[in-house]
Design a protein around this ligand. Structure first.
Ligand code: SAM
Length: 255
């Protein structure tokens, strides 16, 4: 069918791809990928030949230049499949501007959904999964990172964050300070891969574990929803004042 299809690809294990995704990759008129080599390798593993179809690179650095080309293909009634390097496109990955532009030009946009590290990590974390906030990558710069953590501190949901192995130690230390050292957390590493590993503990425990080790591979950090042990002092003061107010009103009525 003409239009743009966002195709999710595996986050590690090459077999984590849907039958429909393989169909789309096998039949789309034009393929576009953040990493064309990774896409070609994946297609090869699954026995899908590219033939003489174009396989175009579309990533953060050439998006503005490539968008008109892809929009022209869509305008010509072609089907275009887009994959990011791994997992679901647009989830801490490129594709957003392309989706917007395709929709604005009136082209159909659909998804062939599949793996995403955020959801995989949430499901095996053992943390509450009824309500979660995906916060992507925190800013690199320390001030901005701490402000972002302060914003997240009061969110009543499990937090899901992406991080690079190089920064996980520093991020855990900052999270322990800004979100509460006693909060439960999980580091999920190398999901779906041979050395998959899930570590649980408080933010303080995990900050210590990763203090001077940069783990190998990719990691997702999850933080449990804060409980009453993490309420902010000003909130307690406000609630106390409100309670005292009610009590004095009742006292006055009694007399
Ligand atoms: N679009 C991808 C998705 O849907 O999960 C995410 C791309 S983002 C650039 C890469 C980050 O995702 C990594 O830094 C890591 O936090 C997380 N990630 C991706 N694959 C992973 C895996 N196999 N195990 C753990 N984390 C992973």
């Amino acid at each position: 069918a003409p239009g743009l299809t966002l195709v999710s690809t595996p986050i590690g294990n090459a077999r984590d791809i849907t039958l429909r995704a393989l169909d789309v990759l096998g039949t789309a008129d034009v393929l576009a990928a953040e990493d064309t080599r990774a896409l070609r390798r994946l297609m090869e593993i699954h026995g899908i030949s590219l033939g003489d179809r174009p396989c175009l690179a579309y990533h953060d650095h050439n998006g503005a230049k490539m968008r008109p080309r892809l929009l022209a293909e869509l305008a010509a009634g072609k089907s275009v499949a887009y994959c990011s390097e791994a997992g679901t496109p647009l989830v801490s990955d490129p594709g957003f501007d392309l989706v917007r532009a395709a929709q604005e030009a009136g082209h159909p946009v659909t998804a062939a959904p599949g793996a995403s590290a955020a959801v995989a990590a949430l499901t095996l974390s053992g943390l509450a999964s009824d309500r979660f906030l995906f916060a992507g990558f925190l800013p690199n710069q320390k001030g901005a990172r701490d402000r972002a953590l302060d914003e997240l501190a009061a969110v009543p949901a499990t937090l899901v964050l992406y991080e690079s192995p190089r920064r996980i130690g520093a991020t855990l230390a900052a999270a322990a300070t800004r979100l509460g050292a006693a909060r439960r957390a999980v580091v999920a590493r190398e999901l779906t891969k041979r050395f998959e590993e899930v570590r649980r503990g408080t933010l303080a425990d995990l900050a210590e574990t990763y203090a001077d080790v940069s783990p190998k591979g990719e990691v997702v950090l999850l933080v449990a929803r804060g409980d009453s042990g993490n309420v902010r002092e000003e909130d307690v003061d406000r609630e106390l004042a409100a309670a005292l107010e009610t009590m004095s009103v009742r006292d006055a009525a009694d007399h």
